[in-house]
Design a protein around this ligand. Sequence first.
Ligand code: FAD
Length: 423
Amino acid sequence: MNTGYMSEETRNDVVVIGGGAAGMMAALFCAREGAKTLLLERNEKLGKKIYITGKGRCNLTNTAEPEQFLREIPHNGRFMLSPLSHLNNEGTIRLFNTLGLATKVERGGRVFPVSDKASDVTKTLHRALDAAGVKILLNSHAEKISRSEDLFTIDTADGKRIFSSALILATGGASYPATGSTGDGYRFAEAMGHRVYAPVPSLVGMNMNSDWHERLQGLTLKNVTITAKTGKKMIYHELGEVLFTHFGISGPLILTLSAHMPDHAEDTSVTLNMKPGMTPEELDKRLIRELTENSRKQLNTILNSFFPQRLAGLFPAICGLNPEMFGGDCTRADRKALLNGMTALPLPITGPRSLDEAIITRGGVDVKSITPGTMMSKQVPGLFFAGELIDVDAHTGGFNLQIAWSTGALAGQSAAAYVKNRR
Ligand SMILES: Cc1cc2nc3c(=O)[nH]c(=O)nc-3n(C[C@H](O)[C@H](O)[C@H](O)COP(=O)(O)OP(=O)(O)OC[C@H]3O[C@@H](n4cnc5c(N)ncnc54)[C@H](O)[C@@H]3O)c2cc1C
């Protein structure tokens, strides 16, 4: 393993800051092109975030066809056309297989290592980096970057001074900062004249302001739909699963919803349809039947035939009705309230959970300041960007790691070419 100390005044062809998914891939593609490459990582090991991806199994990409793949990148997806044409999902799977990592495809095209171990992804890349001759400096926190003429100077927190002809920033976003991604790259990029959009949590649960969600904590509802509208404009409508939590609501549908919510969500209404398989007319008929046949039973009991018990007990109150009301006492307005609650329950969402809990960060370095065909900065020649640091983000399913692999590979190869052309 190449973790040795770099002597001062040694000039590297390319330095990569950040040993996550994007940085490792960048360093690999760079060194394979013959560039003298140094990878700087602040943590004691590479790829700390990869270890927790896919619940420890690492959903490393997705087999979706190109058009579908782009649809899964709701934010600046078109920017990914070039990086994906350089290294797409198929190429990534082939690359990992060639490097010795066997992969398998699961539901929804999600690709995992056969071993079900995220650590195998990092180990595979680490081995490949060693084989390609990349120098790896761990426990090395880049603190300051300066550039004069064609030389980048990187100062680390422990006093090392490192020089390079080209620099790749792959410092990640600002979510799960305990893994090392504390947003340093935003600061570096801004200091070198790039526009950076403020980091916003994405793929994350939502806080709710209600007196009922806490009592449903742990309850999962399957085959429901979530609809979000800003004014009259539909911004999200999807069928799937939600989970009530102590803070509000989460689960796959809500994580994806968070990627579509505008930064200021005050004007956005979110509703839950718990019975999307029936038309309102069908559901109303069924309600009439249940209320009539059970006219001497209380609402909270009657609703057991519609919902899990915990929700049934609470549902009349959520709709503003007395749970102990008898079925036979329900007026037409009461029935309408139940029907509306079942098909379009307003979720009083107040905003996303914090960056600490977000799977990814929305925002980051403006794609307009990066040439998509090379990942080089339009302002600073020799400076390249890769990974979550860039203002591109995707849904869950392996798409975000593919963004890191593709932009990393392209940045690495382009940085090597840049250095070669200037020799
Ligand atoms: C819980 C969780 C589960 C996820 N699961 C999946 C999944 O299954 N599939 C998927 O596609 N995506 C998943 N993601 C998202 C995915 O992990 C990220 O999109 C991806 O890791 C981004 O890669 P990156 O290299 O850009 O950034 P990171 O992986 O964050 O790497 C950045 C690296 O830079 C280092 N660094 C930062 N600043 C400095 C500095 N100043 N000096 C030196 N080093 C520095 C950090 O320590 C870090 O190692 C998940 C994310 C989380 C949080």
